[in-house]
Ligand binder design. Structure first.
Ligand code: COI
Length: 355
């Protein structure tokens, strides 16, 4: 059977749980909307997707992804404008990235119609779950898992593609305190750093636990060969404003091609700001700090949006960023992006998909 999402079978909940949503207290990833989308892949093809009530999955304990980590995911957001019209931000870009991850992880491509149209229909059904406050959204989590019931090690032949959604407020409640990591490694050339594979996050848990005990929020990873060049923060790409230039590590095998990263670069360049995508060493950041040229530092990601960095610790050096009231670049681009997402400014880039 070929996938035709136009006639997705929909099994609606008997009673919505929407009264569990407190718009004044939305915590990231705690509450899930009423429905989810599931499509299974078997015998070399995707079967007809279904939208069903959000609920537990029933899986054999021998399901292969639980053992060998053939699992990938994406993060997308839906927003509502002042008139209640809902949109999804750049889902086609997440679809393309999901398939880059799928390819590297030996998983099947997800058809565009299944990913984008399936998501659109799911979000439309649960549009009451999209919060309306500034900085809030419906976080959309598409993911794919290998579902062979087999504990021998081999690339799987069966997969499930699932989309769940969750109302979201700010991911970080305050500017983050960063530890520059030069012992553990997140990614290395030839590895899977550029993918959104579950294992990239699994491998970061222990180093993250260690730095949390020391009072830091997140790790800034350095490259796996020399521990010299900054790469990304656990949940975000990273940007530094040095003098009047914005610098972010260039993409490659070890850096996730962030959709928010790309949006920020595009908007800043259109505004006439110089954005350099290039290797950036921790020594260059330290040097800029000592000369008083380090003006702003921020992370970007779908979940985190644009998050200020308050402080970076590298060995014994505490790099305290200037007072936030003097930050211009990150706040301008954050406002600009929010204006586009919430429909206050025209979308001139084709980033918005209406429901
Ligand atoms: C996202 O920004 O969407 C992410 O996937 C980061 C994190 C929540 C894992």
């Amino acid at each position: 059977m070929s996938v035709s999402t136009m006639d997705i079978h929909v099994q609606k909940v008997e009673k919505s749980r929407i009264n569990q949503l407190d718009p004044n207290n939305i915590q990231f990833g705690k509450l899930y909307a009423d429905h989810m989308l599931i499509a299974n892949y078997e015998d070399g093809e995707w079967k007809q997707p279904e939208i069903v009530p959000f609920g537990n999955l029933s899986l054999s304990p021998a399901t292969t992804f639980m053992h060998y980590g053939q699992a990938i995911f994406e993060g997308v957001k839906a927003y509502k404008d002042a008139d209640g019209n809902a949109v999804i931000f750049r889902p086609h870009d997440n679809w393309k990235r999901m398939n880059r991850s799928a390819h590297r992880m030996g998983m099947p491509d997800v058809p565009e119609e299944l990913f984008v149209e399936g998501m659109r229909q799911l979000v439309k059904l649960d549009k009451n779950w999209i919060p309306t406050g500034e900085g809030t959204s419906l976080y959309i989590r598409p993911f794919m898992i290998a579902t062979d019931e087999f504990i021998g090690v081999k690339p799987a032949e069966k997969f499930s593609f699932i989309i769940i959604t969750s109302p979201a407020g700010p991911y970080y409640a305050r500017p983050v305190n960063i530890f520059v990591q030069d012992q553990y490694v997140r990614a290395f050339p030839g590895g899977i750093g550029f993918t959104k594979a579950a294992g990239n996050y699994g491998a970061s848990m222990y180093p993250t636990m260690e730095i949390r005990k020391m009072g830091y929020d997140q790790i800034l990873w350095t490259d796996g060969l020399e521990h010299k060049y900054v790469q990304e923060i656990g949940t975000m790409n990273v940007f530094f404003v040095i003098g009047d230039k914005v610098i972010t590590p260039n993409l490659g095998e070890t850096i996730l091609e962030g959709v928010t990263r790309d949006s920020v670069i595009t908007l800043l360049r259109e505004k006439g700001v110089t954005v350099e995508e290039r290797p950036l060493s921790i020594d260059e950041i330290v040097d800029a700090y000592k000369k008083g040229e380090l003006k702003e530092a921020f992370g970007t990601g779908t979940a985190a949006s644009i998050s200020h960095i308050a402080e970076l610790t590298y060995h014994d050096l505490h790099i305290k960023l200037p007072e936030e009231k003097n930050w211009t670049i990150s706040d301008w681009v954050k406002q600009e992006m929010n204006d586009i997402r919430y429909g206050r400014k025209a979308d001139t880039h084709g980033w918005i998909v209406k429901l």
